[in-house]
Design a protein around this ligand. Structure first.
Ligand SMILES: Nc1ncnc2c1ncn2[C@@H]1O[C@H](COP(=O)(O)OP(=O)(O)OP(=O)(O)O)[C@@H](O)[C@H]1O
Length: 251
């Protein structure tokens, strides 16, 4: 049900451990019908607090991307309820979801999807121009350690550098939520750590609530909390007493 409210309020302060920013209640997502139906999420419940760094682990097909896409307003569940702060994501109109994504969510995917004909700075600027309270593209690029490459084109950068541009593009709008689906999946260890460091800075310095999907269990060491998905449900949860910095991860 759409509560009719526009999803684009400022959202208030982002305090760790405060009321949840994301909730999911009895979420189901089924693709297809009848004998070919695939149950991607089965009665999933979840709370994520403001400023939390959450790592989502789980076997292939356990529903991680489906969950992230619903929380990011890219997909809708079949039933159940998902909220962002005091707004309903389930049942929101497409226009509301577009606004929600534009103003509050940064996405980082496994593949960088930069625009090849634009420079690094221009790729980031494109998002800054449509955001309500962006940082400067140069500040975002400095946060990911790429101040010296702003005039280059994506094809002139390594995969890890391109992914750091994608992180800069995601954080330039100071997103409430930074949602990352296999951000290091295509990268070697050392490059992956630089990308994770950029994501960690967004969490610490911008205050974004971060969710990272990964198959790499070592990354769990960076999280405040690790959630394990299995067959469309959360089947395990661990809270880290202390967090590792990306450079101290071993994989
Ligand atoms: N558009 C779709 N149509 C049909 N089935 C889908 C669709 N999207 C996802 N699924 C199915 O839903 C289930 C959950 O998929 P999802 O991508 O969320 O899993 P995942 O845990 O992210 O997997 P992976 O680690 O392989 O990326 C899988 O069985 C998948 O095949």
């Amino acid at each position: 049900m759409n509560n009719g409210a526009y999803l684009g309020t400022s959202g208030g302060p982002r305090l760790r451990g405060s009321a949840p920013v994301f909730t999911a209640r009895a979420l189901f997502k089924t693709y297809g019908t009848g004998e070919t139906a695939v149950h991607a999420l089965r009665e999933l419940d979840l709370d994520i607090s403001a400023g939390e760094f959450v790592v989502l682990l789980g076997p292939s097909g356990s529903g991680k991307s489906t969950l992230l896409n619903i929380l990011g307003g890219l997909d809708a569940p079949t039933s159940g309820r998902a909220t962002w702060r005091d707004h309903e994501l389930t049942g929101a109109t497409e226009a509301d979801l577009t606004r929600y994504r534009r103003e509050h969510v940064g996405f980082v995917f496994q593949f960088y999807n930069l625009i090849p004909s634009l420079t690094v700075r221009e790729n980031v600027e494109l998002v800054a121009e449509i955001a309500s309270d962006p940082m400067s593209p140069d500040e975002a690029l400095s946060l990911v350690g790429l101040s010296h490459r702003t005039a280059h084109f994506p094809s002139q950068l390594s995969g890890g550098e391109q992914q750091r541009v994608a992180v800069a593009r995601a954080i330039v709008k100071r997103p409430d939520a930074l949602l990352c689906d296999e951000p290091t999946g295509a990268l070697d260890v050392e490059t992956g750590k630089l990308v994770l460091a950029a994501i960690e800075r967004a969490n610490r310095e911008v205050g974004s609530t971060v969710i990272v999907i990964t198959h790499n269990t070592a990354i769990a060491g960076m999280a405040d909390r690790v959630l394990r998905l299995g067959a469309g449900r959360i089947v395990g949860e661990e809270v880290n007493a202390s967090k590792l910095s990306p450079e101290d991860l071993q994989w």
